[in-house]
Structures are given as structure tokens and as C-alpha cells.
Ligand binder design. Structure first.
Ligand code: ADP
Ligand code: MG
Length: 731
């Protein structure tokens, strides 16, 4: 049994970096080669079709049959030239990751048997009905007529992967409810566009559109695939359920930004070549803090596209890892005792006139606009801090948040000294000197200039879950395996709702006879005061902050299933309805899915843990124990009683220790099974998830404590599961 572990270690140790052949062209030449982007559209579509399609994309409309047929023809021609034989609607169901079902292009020419031709009709492009009855829907699709269909999202370009044309689509039920992440994301982006445009027009009537931008940073672990194969917990749950800390892990900080190991370097290169082919502008790569942990990030882009690219890249990452003899771990906390993985979401808004709304302006009026957006974002965050936390919370991410390395499980915003001082001045000034009108009748900030140095702001607080970093906010609580859309839907929606409220509040004051600049000032001042509890620049990991946050009324809940309640609070439902992002029915349905997913994840982990304990840990420990007993017995044969006892004393101690650990482990596993049986009878999904959290999860740590102790005393030769030092340092 144990041989398998050593064989795996040996295999892993001998692996050499896989040779990666760089494409013969320059990056800029093959970048986006497999993407049906604007340039390709222009090339493969008639002028007329291209123009109409661009209009449709710009306005976020759906395309009609006729237009779809023309686009489909061009798309098929392009895809076939790249070797595509199949097509698929690529969508984002409520599981993490993407889904696809491939169909060949072939159709009969005429009657059945008449030979085939390659076809992609407009109808197939525009709409499809995947046999997707087993995707989670939270009950929406339980009745037979409530089937789902997918429809092309023309704002996200199609791409060819392997032999398949992938068409990014939304996934909705016939009754109109969203069954995916993309549909509500598009709605949230449209809401924030509308609301932010109105606000921008207070300052610059030229603004006609506001874009939401996302730049994600993807963290991940790589583990040698031979070692991976001998860890059932990694294979089935994505994380190690057992395993004692390695004597050396990240305490020397020698991995962070260190030289990249050669096998990994080859992997990263290969990955970048692949990413570039699909138009993903990968920019940075480096080692992360934990051993065998790495990160990569692209240049930011429009949020919808950035989300798609992240999903696509996650699947490419998995594939490329296999080529290099690795397995990719996207789990938020694959190893206890060292850092977990996140996916920082750098988020900003920008106008069609090229102004970054979260970039301190060069002109005084741009500064007022900047401050207006910052203050409204703070307000949105303050009102919805529980919801924003719910948007990133999962069974996996719970292991990461609140531990001493990642953002805490309390949402707060870090602004830095400069923006803070501007807000303080604004709060303490009078309307006359705070906001002034210049000779050209433009409003601007009279109270304080925002110094240029802000852009190289270096005193960034790493412990803040939502930090202002010079020209954007960095939302750090997002999990590494998550679909960024979940966080982006909520963030854009709450900001949209807040901006609408702001516009209305200003308009009301103006209607009542207040001058516009005073009205803006008054509302901002009110918001600055009201949203103060969300601002926190101190150490987010400290216990004092936990106590302080509670006093401030921020959400401090740590139970994942209970955190999800934030989605169905009356004020949340109202906010999502008003922004047009979710209906009440959708919110309830999606929560059902979240609760069910939570339960299933814990259920699977509990089973795997039981398995490992009964089939790996206890047999191995018992085996070693009998070996020791054998020794004790033989001592008694050779020596007199007294001497034998003396010579066997350390062995008998270990024998007893093993017996004690095994006895506790066995009892705890039995209790765990019992608890699961009871909890499984609960029918209500929320109650069941809560019970799993309260009654099942606590056994995990307790059992692990004892198995990890056994790992320390049992003969290494016998131990079957690769140890942390092997998983983390062999590469
Ligand atoms: P750090 O690790 O210091 O946070 P990185 O360079 O790893 O920085 O990542 C920064 C990310 O922020 C990149 O993905 C980058 O494209 C993105 N980004 C930079 N400016 C903006 C912006 N205005 N809006 C959204 N994302 C941005
Ligand atoms: Mg970052």
C-alpha cells in the first residue's frame, strides 16, 4: 500500500520541465487568433451586417433571425477555416465553471441519407435548447414546461477551442428566469451604465455610456499529478482533509516573488501562449506566498468579457497543467496552515469619453466627479455589506476568509490617507467653499485638491477586503474557484441602485429650490457621515476590529448558509428588483441552489474523511502498533520481565498513544456519521445547510487533530498518503 506513495514521490521527483515551443509569430500577431472579434466580424460579415450587429451590441439588444443568419454564415466560415467541425453554446450554469454540449456542423443536404453539408443556421446561433435538466435551478425548472434555453450574447465574442466553435450564451428558463450568471451580470452592467451615466451628466453632458471594468488576479496551486492521484481527498474535494503541517512551509517568505521553478515556468509559458490565442491579455505571473502557489493576471477589460475570459482561462489552466504533469488546484484552501487562494477583483467604472471615474482627476471638476463616485460606492457598500459578503461566500471560501492571511469575513473599505482627508474636509466644510462653480459654469471641488501622488499610493492595506488602490477598488474576498460574475453582479447592482438614489436626492433638492452645487454637496455630506462605519484603514485581521465592526453594526456572521440570507432580505429584494437584475423568485431559487450546494460539498467531504480514516489512517496506525507490540513481546522472550519492561518503555507509550488517538478518531467518525444521518432527514434546504454547518462541520477539525498527531508518530515507511512536504515542495 505504502509503496504507491513512494513510487509517486519518485516519479514526481524525476520529472523534467516539459519543453514548450513558442509560436513562430510575435504575440501581437497571433493574439486573439481563435476569437471571432471585431476585426474578424468585419472581415467575415458584409458591411451591412457588420454595422447592424455593432448597433445591436452597443445597445445591448437581442438579434433578430435575419441578422443571426448572416452572422452565423460568417462565423461558420471563419470557424471552419480554423478547423472547427463542431459548435456549442457555452454557458455559465449555477455551478462554478462553464458548460457546453457539442454538436457537429453536419446536416443532411436534403432527404435523410442524401449526404451531408456543414451548417450553422441563424436559429442555432441565436437560440438552443440544451438538454440541461440536471443543472441547478432551485426549483424553477421542476415543471415540465419550464425548460431552459441558451441564447447568444453578442457582446461576448465566439471562439474556437480544439475542434469546436464556442458561442457564449445566456441560459434562461422558458418562463424567463435566469439560470446562469451571465444573464443577471448583463442586467447589472446595464443598470450601472444607466445610473452612472446620469450622474456623470451632472458634470459632463457629453457622457453617453459608462463601462464597468474588471481586472482579476487568479491565484492557484500546482501539485504533481502522481502525488495528486494518491490523495483521494484532493481528487474528490479539491482540498486536503488531513495532513500535518510541513516543518517548513511559508514562514521564511522565500517563495513569494522568488524564482519560478522550471517545471512551473514551462507551464506558465505554455499557459500564456494558449491565453493569447484566445485574446486573454495576460500580463503578470509570479510565485505567491505559499509553496507551490502562483498567480497570474491580465490587463483589465470590460467586465462581461473579463468574466468570460477568466472562466475560459480556468479551464485552459486545468488542461495545460495535465500536459506538464501537474494538477491545478483552484480550491480556496487546499492546505491547512498556509495561505489559501483568492481572486482579487479590481473593479472600476469609466466613461465613453475616456474618463476613469475612480481615477482622481487632473481637473478640479473631474475631482468632484471622482469624489461623488467614491462616496456613493461607500454608501452602497455600507448598506449592502452583508450582501456583498454573501456574493463571495462558499463552503470553500469560508476556510479562507477570517483566517490570518486573507480578508476577514467582515466587509469594510480602505481608502488611504489622501482620499480620507478629502472626505474629512468635505464633511467639515460649508457648501460655499466646498463646491464651487468656475467661470465656465462647471462644478468643482473647492475644498481640497487630490494630490497626484495618490496614483503611486504605496501604503496599501493588504488586510482590507475592499481597498482603494489609486484608480480602482480591489475586492479581495472573491474566491479563487469562483465565477467572478457573482461578485460583479452584486457590486454593480448595489452601486447602480445607490447612484439612482443619489440622482433622485439631488434632483429633489434642486426642485425645492436649492442650487445644484449645494444640493450635490448636501447629499454627499450626508452620505459621508452615514457611511462612516464602513471605512476602516486599520488591521482587518485583529480581534479588536471584530469587536469594533460589531459595534458599528457591520455584518459579522460567519456561518455560510446564514450569510446567504442577505440575498432574500426585503431591502435586497427591492434593490435587485429596482435595478432589474433579479426578480424575487430568482433570488429565492438561487438561494436554494446555494444552500443545496453547501450541503453537498460538506456531505462529500464528510464521506471522504470517513473513508480516509477507516481505510488509510486506522489500518496504517494499527499496523505500526502491532509492529511495536511484536517488539515488546520479543523483548519479553529475550530479557527478564523487569529489563524487558524497561527496554520497551517508549514503545509501550507509543502503543498506548496510538490506541488513544484511534479510539477518539473512531468515536468521532461514528458521531459524524450519526449527525449526518439526522441532518439528512431535514427537508428544508436552508435548515439542512445550517444544520450541516452547525452539527457536521465541527467534527472535521477534531478528527483531523488526531489523525495529524498519528502522522507524527507512525513509521513514515508505512504512511500511505503523501505528506504536506511532498505535496508542497516536490515540483
Ligand atoms: P497587485 O497584485 O499589486 O494588486 P497586479 O498587477 O497583480 O497588482 O494586478 C492589478 C490588476 O488590476 C490587473 O489585473 C490590472 O489590469 C487591474 N487594473 C488596473 N487598473 C484597473 C482599473 N482602472 N480598473 C480595473 N482593473 C484595473
Ligand atoms: Mg491585487
Amino acid at each position: 500500500m505504502a509503496n504507491l506513495r513512494f513510487k509517486a514521490v519518485e516519479e514526481a521527483f524525476e520529472k523534467k520541465a516539459v519543453e514548450v515551443v513558442a509560436p513562430s509569430e510575435k504575440t501581437s500577431e497571433y493574439f486573439g487568433k481563435y476569437v471571432f472579434n471585431k476585426a474578424q466580424l468585419e472581415k467575415y460579415l458584409s458591411k451591412e451586417t457588420f454595422k447592424t450587429l455593432m448597433g445591436v451590441i452597443e445597445k445591448g439588444e437581442t438579434l433578430d433571425r435575419d441578422l443571426a443568419s448572416h452572422v452565423a454564415a460568417g462565423m461558420k466560415m471563419w470557424a471552419m477555416e480554423l478547423g472547427a467541425t463542431h459548435y456549442t453554446h457555452w454557458f455559465q450554469p449555477l455551478t462554478e465553471g462553464s458548460a457546453e454540449k457539442h454538436d457537429s456542423f453536419i446536416e443532411y443536404k436534403g432527404a435523410p441519407g442524401s449526404g451531408v453539408i456543414e451548417e450553422l443556421s441563424g436559429k442555432l446561433l441565436a437560440q438552443q435548447e440544451p438538454d440541461a435538466s440536471s443543472f441547478p435551478s432551485g426549483g424553477i425548472r421542476n415543471t415540465f414546461e419550464a425548460r431552459g434555453y441558451t441564447a447568444w450574447d453578442p457582446s461576448s465574442p465566439a471562439f474556437v477551442m480544439d475542434d469546436t466553435l464556442c458561442i457564449p450564451t445566456v441560459f434562461i428558463s422558458y418562463t424567463g428566469e435566469a439560470l446562469d450568471y451571465k444573464t443577471p451580470l448583463l442586467k447589472a452592467l446595464s443598470a450601472v451604465d444607466k445610473a452612472a451615466t446620469s450622474v456623470c451628466q451632472m458634470f459632463d453632458p457629453q457622457v453617453k455610456k459608462v463601462y464597468s471594468y474588471l481586472g482579476w488576479e487568479q491565484e492557484y496551486f500546482l501539485v504533481d499529478d502522481h502525488l495528486y492521484a494518491t490523495r483521494p481527498d484532493l481528487m474528490l474535494t479539491g482540498r486536503t482533509l488531513l495532513g500535518h503541517e510541513s516543518a517548513k512551509n511559508q514562514q521564511l517568505d522565500d517563495h513569494y516573488f522568488g524564482s519560478i521553478p522550471t517545471r512551473v515556468q514551462a507551464y506558465m509559458k505554455d499557459l500564456e501562449f494558449e491565453g493569447y490565442k484566445f485574446g486573454i491579455p495576460l500580463k503578470t505571473r509570479h510565485n505567491e506566498v505559499a509553496p507551490n502557489q502562483f498567480e497570474l493576471a491580465p490587463i483589465y477589460g470590460e467586465t462581461n468579457l473579463a468574466v468570460d475570459q477568466n472562466l475560459l482561462l480556468m479551464s485552459i489552466m486545468k488542461k495545460v497543467a495535465r500536459r506538464h504533469g501537474f494538477r491545478l488546484l483552484l480550491h480556496e484552501k487546499p492546505f491547512a496552515g498556509i495561505n489559501g487562494s483568492g481572486k482579487h477583483n479590481n473593479w472600476s467604472l469609466g466613461t465613453d469619453t475616456g474618463v476613469g471615474l475612480l481615477t482622481p482627476g487632473k481637473t478640479p471638476e473631474e475631482n468632484l466627479q471622482f469624489i461623488t463616485f467614491v462616496v456613493n460606492i461607500l454608501m452602497a457598500l455600507y448598506k449592502n455589506n452583508a450582501l456583498l459578503k454573501a456574493s463571495i461566500m462558499t463552503a470553500q471560501n469560508a476556510h479562507r476568509l477570517g483566517a490570518n492571511e486573507a480578508p476577514p469575513a467582515i466587509i469594510s473599505a480602505f481608502l488611504g490617507t489622501q482620499v480620507t482627508s478629502v472626505l474629512d474636509k468635505l464633511e467639515n466644510s460649508t457648501s460655499e467653499d466646498a463646491i464651487v462653480m468656475d467661470s465656465k459654469h462647471k462644478l468643482s471641488l473647492g475644498v481640497a485638491k487630490i494630490p497626484e501622488v495618490l496614483l503611486d499610493n504605496t501604503d496599501r492595506n493588504r488586510t482590507s477586503p475592499f481597498a482603494f488602490t489609486g484608480n480602482r477598488f480591489e475586492f479581495r474576498a472573491v474566491g479563487s474557484s469562483a465565477n467572478c460574475a457573482s461578485a460583479m453582479i452584486t457590486l454593480n447592482a448595489i452601486v447602480a441602485a445607490q447612484l439612482v438614489e443619489f440622482t433622485e436626492a439631488v434632483a429633489k433638492k434642486v426642485k425645492d429650490g436649492t442650487a445644484k452645487n449645494k444640493a450635490i454637496f448636501d447629499v454627499l455630506k450626508e452620505y459621508i457621515k452615514a457611511s462612516k462605519p464602513i471605512r476602516f484603514d486599520g488591521n482587518g485581521y485583529s480581534d479588536e476590529w471584530k469587536a469594533e465592526a460589531k459595534k458599528r453594526g457591520l455584518d459579522c456572521e460567519t456561518s455560510v448558509p446564514v450569510i446567504y440570507d442577505a440575498y432574500v432580505k426585503p431591502e435586497t429584494i427591492k434593490m435587485f428588483q429596482q435595478t432589474g437584475v433579479f426578480s424575487e423568485r430568482e433570488l429565492h431559487a438561487r438561494n436554494e441552489v446555494k444552500w443545496e450546494t453547501y450541503t453537498k460539498k460538506i456531505q462529500i467531504e464528510a464521506r471522504v474523511l470517513g473513508d480516509l480514516v477507516m481505510n488509510h489512517i486506522i489500518p496504517v496506525a494499527t499496523h505500526y502498533q502491532s509492529h511495536l507490540l511484536d517488539n515488546v513481546y520479543k523483548m519479553q522472550q529475550v530479557y527478564d520481565k523487569e529489563k524487558a519492561a524497561k527496554l520497551s518503555v517508549h514503545n509501550t507509550e507509543i502503543i498506548e498513544e496510538i490506541a488513544e488517538h484511534i479510539s477518539v478518531i473512531k468515536k468521532q467518525v461514528e458521531k459524524l456519521v450519526e449527525a449526518r444521518k439526522v441532518v439528512n432527514k431535514i427537508e428544508d434546504e436552508r435548515k439542512k445547510a445550517v444544520a450541516y454547518h452547525d452539527q457536521v462541520v465541527p467534527f472535521f477539525d477534531e478528527i483531523r487533530y488526531h489523525t495529524d498527531k498519528l502522522e507524527l508518530i507512525v513509521d513514515d515507511e508505512l504512511w500511505t498518503l503523501p505528506k504536506y512536504r511532498e505535496l508542497l515542495f516536490v515540483r
